[in-house]
Design a protein around this ligand. Structure first.
Ligand code: BGC
Length: 706
């Protein structure tokens, strides 16, 4: 590869080099944009965004290969966030499975479907830690925890890049670098002001795991971090990303985040933008209307404001990626094969498995669920007969016609009567719905947050279920029948009233192609729910941001003392803690033990616990292991997830579950931004969620004090 690229680079003009760094939207078919076929033929475009039709891809590829001077093929990038045509649960929902093997598999299937069309660059996984329910992009990630987020970052990166036979390599892109999820006020694109310690300890770890898993590319974020737009920050893109985190692949801007450097007030004009971004370490400009690289790099090189070394370095990385994707050997795709690979049985079976495992049971009074199969069931609510909504935010090319929706699937199981009852935010036939319920044995109400209320640019200050839907739930419950609510949302919505009203509450993000079947099988007990929340759920909107791994403060909340850190108008506790999720069976945790109460820096802490399935059904439990470093040179979180195990336990059976946690994993970045494990007292915790845990103390010795 090196020789090939050296030789190619030596033949390239500055203009051709620049072209490799330009990514254009599908605007080639749009006269409003200046990027057109001539520019492509001149070698001034290196990649495209958002084109996924294999015939068009082949046509553009043929133009680049046959009609440009050097014949360098193009890269085609696309947002394959949770499936291509087969739609898997939205990433945040899927994370509730805590099943990274499965996430790897869904990413691999999505990658194969996309790769067969000619897409070679997937803009996923999103690995932003997200602690603020107001931020709509929570739906794209894996929740609030850096450890769990890192495990999913690794799995999804490996999945996208898993190199399926017959499909050339597809590159993953971990995004959005960095700390995008910490937008002030939860308002998308907003500034982030954060200590370097929080950045290193909480927000960078998932990126590091994606890099260590071989992520070919990283996308820079829109916002300004500590006063510098991420896309133009040398500190972030070179000193941290390359020098400290050892990233060797391609960096790409977010759509137009380059020219926004000017809007932030950090560059004079577009030419200044190009100078700042390329010198900071940004390789490819994902253009959105304005083409700062295309318009200015040549002149900047001529003026000596961008060195040939900097330009060559960026171009080399892009050419390496093209080489890795096999484009120099085979730039074209077989259009027939591209169709055959979509929506296969394996893909749909995996979508079903993933959907089932993503469902979280939050409440089940009097074991209302599962329903018996021979009942007459009222199916109510605006999500029940809605296939579109099952696709969730950012669903690539997934189509509603290929979705099994809840009503369809439930009607296959038992006698149902359906009544919508209300729209997302207005009442329609509430009385009719109530009458329907009265004629049935039980009711399930499908409510939630519509998919266009979460995702990019969809920050909300009132993260509640729209009033019309809550009113419907209350009215239906008043009919006096066993009432289950299924809530579908793309963020931790306030579920206080839902939980006060319904006998049983099931929660999930949008579940994709097989959503309905997953809900039906859970409602009727064919499947036993096992999902666990990956964000802390608030009791009220004003608690945001809310997360379990917070610091202790000097005045931790105490109910009866008003001068402690809490609110005077609502409880400090969340409605549901991170890691929470019930099942149709129950588990008890006993006999926690650790291998030693005094561990050296090079040792491994081994934590064991006996978990008994105390209910009447077999089930899968996610056993969670946390630690606390009690005294630190900077204060440490009250709990930090360090390991988890998913175990299948038969009814009545007890299993000993053990996690081995190297002491070297218990460190943090200190005041000097050095990674240290400090001597002193620690606590290990184990439980089925982050709140209800057993604990044992231990001591760490032998680390060098700094
Ligand atoms: C989003 C990115 C996405 C890009 C390309 C942007 O608005 O922030 O996540 O990859 O668009 O579609």
């Amino acid at each position: 590869m090196r020789e090939f690229i050296d030789s190619l680079l030596s033949k390239m003009t500055v203009s051709e080099k620049m072209g490799q760094l330009v990514q254009c939207g599908n605007s080639i078919y749009n006269d409003d944009y200046k990027v057109g076929w001539d520019l492509l033929r001149e070698g001034k475009i290196g990649s495209f965004l958002g084109i996924c039709d294999p015939e068009i891809i082949n046509e553009l590829q043929r133009t680049a290969v046959e009609e440009t001077r050097l014949g360098i093929p193009l890269l085609f990038g696309f947002d394959v966030i949770h499936g291509f045509e087969t739609t898997f649960p939205v990433p945040w929902a899927e994370a509730c499975s805590w099943d990274t093997e499965l996430a790897k598999k869904t990413a691999a299937i999505a990658s194969a479907e996309a790769g067969a069309q000619g897409i070679n660059w997937i803009y996923a996984p999103m690995v932003d830690v997200a602690r603020d329910a107001r931020w709509g992009r929570i739906v794209e990630g894996a929740g609030e925890d850096p450890y769990l987020g890192g495990e999913f970052a690794k799995a999804r990166t490996e999945g996208v890049q898993s190199d399926i036979p017959d499909i050339p390599h597809v590159a993953a892109c971990a995004k959005h670098f960095a700390a995008y999820g910490a937008a002030e006020g939860g308002r998308d694109y907003n500034s982030v002001d954060m200590s370097p310690q929080t950045l290193y300890n909480m927000y960078l770890p998932p990126f590091q795991k994606a890099i260590d898993a071989g992520a070919d590319s990283i996308m820079t974020a829109f916002h300004d971090l500590n006063g510098e737009p991420c896309t133009g920050s040398y500190e972030l893109l070179t000193e941290i990303l390359r020098d400290k985190m050892n990233f060797k692949g391609v960096t790409i801007s977010d759509a137009g985040s380059t020219n926004q450097i000017k809007t932030h007030g950090y560059a004079e004009d577009d030419k200044d933008v190009a100078r700042i971004a390329l010198n900071a370490g940004l390789d490819v400009e994902m253009c959105f209307g304005i083409y700062t690289y295309q318009d200015h790099i040549e002149q900047l090189v001529e003026e000596g404001k961008i060195s040939m070394e900097v330009l060559d370095r960026a171009v080399r990385r892009v050419l390496e990626l093209k080489y890795k994707c096999g484009l120099f050997e085979n730039p074209y795709r077989d259009v027939k094969k591209a169709k055959d690979i979509l929506l296969t049985k394996t893909a749909l079976d995996t979508a079903y498995e993933s959907a089932v495992k993503s469902v979280v049971l939050l409440k089940n009074d009097n074991s209302v669920l599962p329903f018996k199969k021979d009942i007459k069931l009222a199916v109510i609510g605006p999500f029940a007969d809605n296939s579109e909504e099952m696709l969730g935010a950012w669903s690539a090319v997934g189509k509603a016609e290929n979705v099994i929706n809840p009503l369809c699937a439930i009607s296959d199981v038992t006698e149902t009567v359906y009544e919508k009852g209300c729209n997302f935010d207005s009442c329609v036939d509430m009385e009719k719905a109530v009458e329907t319920v009265k004629q049935c044995d039980a009711v399930v109400v499908f409510i939630g947050e519509p998919r266009d209320m979460n995702g990019e640019g969809k920050s909300r200050t009132r993260n509640v279920i729209p009033k019309a839907q809550l009113d419907l739930l209350k009215a239906v419950k008043a009919a006096g029948k066993p009432t289950a609510a299924v809530v579908i949302a793309g963020r931790p919505v306030v579920l206080t009233e839902v939980c006060e009203t319904a006998d049983a509450v099931i929660f999930s993000g949008a579940l994709g192609s097989m959503a309905g079947k997953a809900y039906a099988d859970i409602l009727f007990g064919v499947q036993n729910p096992s999902g666990k929340l990956v964000n802390t759920f608030p009791t009220t909107v004003g608690q945001a941001p809310l997360y379990y791994n917070h610091n202790n403060t000097g005045k931790p909340p105490v109910e009866e003392f008003f001068w402690t850190s809490k609110y005077c108008d609502c409880p400090i506790e969340p409605l549901f803690p991170f890691g929470f999720g019930l099942s149709y069976t129950s588990y008890s945790y006993d006999n926690m033990r650790i291998n030693s109460e005094c561990l050296n820096i090079n040792d491994t802490l081994s934590v064991s616990v006996d978990v008994t399935n105390t209910g009447g059904r077999d089930g899968e439990e996610t056993v969670q292991f946390y630690i606390r470093d009690v005294v630190g040179s900077i204060v440490r979180p009250v709990k930090e997830l360090k390991a988890y195990k998913k175990v299948f336990i038969k009814a009545g059976e007890t299993k000993t579950v053990t996690a081995d946690i190297p002491v070297s994993d218990m460190g943090f970045y200190n005041k000097k931004l050095e990674y240290v494990v400090e001597n002193g007292k620690f606590i290990a915790y184990v439980g089925g969620n982050s709140r209800d845990t057993l604990e044992r103390e231990f001591e760490v010795t032998g680390s060098e004090e700094t």
